[in-house]
Design a protein around this ligand. Sequence first.
Ligand SMILES: [Zn+2]
Length: 292
Amino acid sequence: MIKNFNTDKTGIRFFGLSLARTLAAIFFALFTCFSSASAQKKIYVLTDLEGVSGVYKFAQTREKDSPLNIQACEYFMGDLAAVVRGLRDGGATEIIVLDGHGSQAVIPHLMEPGAKYITGKPRPRTFGLDESFAGEVQFGAHAMMGTPDGVLNHTQSSRSENRYWYNGVESGELVQAAVVAGYYGVPTIMVTGDVAVCREATKFFGPNCITVAVKEGISREAAVLYPFEETRKALYKGARKAMTAIPKCKPYILELPIKVRMEYLNLDPTLPKPVLVTKEGYIQDALHILDF
Ligand SMILES: [Zn+2]
């Protein structure tokens, strides 16, 4: 009797279990299918040094490994750690940091866990960036050349004072980087730097792009600095918020071919004084915007 009951029960249980397993498998497949895009939140952090807390003069950014530069790179790592923590707590599944400043700024022993850090030269300009990223953060950015209140403002070369116009609109490094990310369908979700670069970000990327100002420029090498404890709190909060802004941010895309105008100073020392040079032409492919 008991045996029979057990057999019956086992049969039912077996059927119940297999049904449950099948349903679980279906739900899992559906869940994976619908959530893979949102569950996989890879973030690319493109860094620069000029827009970091406490940095306001070229003596901190131009000469590699001078005492002022080493200290500035420490400020950079402190700000960066706050952003990495914020992104992670906001749901980033993978964070790739690229050391974007010309002379490089990453100090390995100060790396915040939870990200990978690309540094050193030579290497491709945006190494590792591809379609798999959900968003790009432009960290430590600066305003375009000629912005009166832009701390350490420049576009590409601060010495030869380059200026660029794309399809008739003057643009800085913010746009140049966003165009490359946009080529891969990756939106710019956050910009950090001074008040001027935050204003530039909102102008080009719209109000959904999160901006965090860590200082306010007075002139090219003068600023109202905000204390590190406060900027890092703001950077952490901003990064967390940027993760929720991803669906609202759109990749930045310029109409092709891109009509380019470029101005720069020819600093050839054999010339009596620097000469302004103008170059015009077209770029067929957004990925190569910086090769002009
Ligand atoms: Zn830089």
